[in-house]
Each structure stands twice: as C-alpha cells, then as structure tokens.
Design a protein around this ligand. Structure first.
Ligand SMILES: [Zn+2]
Length: 299
C-alpha cells in the first residue's frame, strides 16, 4: 500500500516536472531543503533521538530555492502519513536546537547566529507578535524547520477544552501556512506534554491531547535539556551552562526561546553551539526522523 502510494507519487512528480518544463513554471509545489514558561510549567524529562535533514550541508550563504524544497510534501500534516516516529535515543550524537514562543524582535538575531555557524534549528511559533510573522518565512527559507506552538500561548485559552486547544492550534497553523505554504506536522504543547498547569483548566486534558494530536497527523516534541530561560533573570552565562549540560545524552532536544525579552538566550547561543560542535554533535532541524522526545504526562 505504501509502495503503491510512493509509485503514484513518483509518477505524479515526474508528470508535474514534465508539465513545468513545457510551460516553464516558475513555482513548484515541492521543495527540498524547529518554551517558555514551558520548562517552568513542566517537571519531568524523558528522552531523546536523531535524524537527517536536508539543508545541513548548506553553505554560510543561505541559498533557498523553492523548486528544490521538498519539505512541503514531507512536513505537511497528514493523518495518513504512517510515519514511524522515533521516541527513543539512538547512538548518533545529534542535537536539535529548538526555539519557542517567537517570532519576535530576537528571531533575526538568532537566525544570524545560526547562519554564522551554519547550523539549522526548529522554531515552534506562536501568533503573539503578528508583526513578526514574516520571520517565519525567513527562518524557513534559511533551512530551519517551523513547528506549531499554539497561537495565543495563553494557558487558560489553550487548555480550556480539547476543542479550544485545536482552535488555537488551527489558528497558528493558518498563520504558518500563509508564510510557508503548508501546515507543518510538528508541534510543541505550551508547557510541554508534562505540564500540570493545564489541570487548572481541564482535568486530564493532556492525556487526551497526546493521542488526539497524533490521530490528526501531528507529532509533539518535548525536550530533554533546557537552557532554563523559561524562568526570568538568568544571565547568558547561566543559560549557557545549563544548556551545555547535555553531554550524557547522545540525542539532545534543547529548549530555548526566541520571544521578546530573551536577549540573554541570544547572547548564550554562540557558546552553546561551540560547545556541542567541539564535542562532535551534528546539528539538525526537526524532520519526520527526528527524536520525538516525549515527557511523561502529568494531567
Ligand atoms: Zn512556549
């Protein structure tokens, strides 16, 4: 069934290419080329994984070509995708940098640093600052992955009910689609799947949502290391020290924030990247083979 689908997809792609060659299409549907208060709202941490992502080989000059970008096909939410998600660590030293709650005035600074070091990351975005929505496209075209974090990131709104959660998720999905052309399947719950704060609004909602999102074709990504910027007042040195404490993990999903007020995170980022580069970790943006780090559910 799967092979058959692939074969049809291949033929379809070939046919589309032929049509494009004939008509001289400029655009194509294909292309090839990742919390907040979250860590505070969360307690447990579990584990980890690695993957492959196109774009890791990019030069320091971002050279985005929409026609070469297959991510729309690979990353779009699809309840019938049958992805074999990996929730266990593998033996490959890999780190997925993840930035939550943006975009904001700090996102460009993060992108500049990622570009300087030629590494890719994942942005779990919100609609908190609509004026910066264009940064979603910029981050994407630089080879980073875009994930959904909810539009409002307001716990009382998001966790008021299951339908309220999906309304908010759909809103940020629409925002992202405006920027990159599709709704990605990668999500992160505000507070992580282990958050207990949701119990103040709806008892047991996380136990339902962790399954419901997957039924709808999404996959949620928690983290196994946090730089600690979910709590305010930390210096860049303190954040870097916490972020660099993942040497015991072969697969690291690192939680950081690019939202307003996180200048210390920006300042700590070069140190964090250099640390893991010196230890031989490969930096990857989340894709369907990435470690879907899952916390234990507490509500
Ligand atoms: Zn968040």
């Amino acid at each position: 069934m799967k092979n058959r689908t692939c074969k049809w997809a291949t033929w379809f792609a070939v046919a589309m290419l032929a049509v494009c060659a004939l008509v001289g299409c400029a655009s194509s549907s294909t292309a090839s080329s990742q919390d907040d208060v979250d860590a505070v709202a969360t307690a447990g941490v579990s584990d980890s994984g690695a993957s492959s992502v196109a774009g890791n080989q990019a030069s320091s000059e971002p050279t985005y070509n929409a026609q070469d970008d297959t991510r729309a096909q690979e990353f779009a939410v699809d309840p019938n995708a049958n992805t074999e998600w990996r929730t266990k660590t593998d033996g490959t030293k890999t780190i997925w940098l993840t930035f939550d709650d943006g975009p904001s005035e700090n996102t460009q600074k993060v992108l500049d640093i990622l570009n300087k070091y030629n590494v890719k990351a994942t942005f779990f975005v919100t609609g908190i600052k609509p004026d910066y929505a264009y940064m979603i496209k910029k981050a994407y075209e630089q080879g980073n992955t875009i994930g959904l974090h909810t539009y409002s990131h307001d716990y009382a709104t998001v966790y008021a009910s299951e339908s309220a959660y999906f309304d908010d998720l759909d809103a940020v999905g629409a925002l992202v689609k405006e920027q990159i052309g599709y709704v990605p399947c990668f999500i992160r719950f505000p507070g992580g799947s282990s958050n207990a704060i949701s119990a103040e609004y709806t008892k047991g909602i996380m136990s339902e949502l962790v399954n419901d999102v997957q039924d709808r074709g999404y996959q949620y990504f928690d983290w196994n290391i946090s730089c600690g910027d979910g709590a305010s007042g930390h210096t860049a040195e303190e954040l870097a020290e916490a972020a660099c404490d993942g040497d015991d993990y072969t697969n690291i999903v690192l939680l950081m924030h690019d939202s307003a007020g996180h200048e210390a995170t920006v300042e700590a980022l070069p140190t964090i990247i250099e640390h893991y580069q010196s230890l031989g970790y490969t930096f990857k943006a989340i894709d369907r083979s990435a470690l879907a780090s899952h916390h234990g559910v507490n509500n």
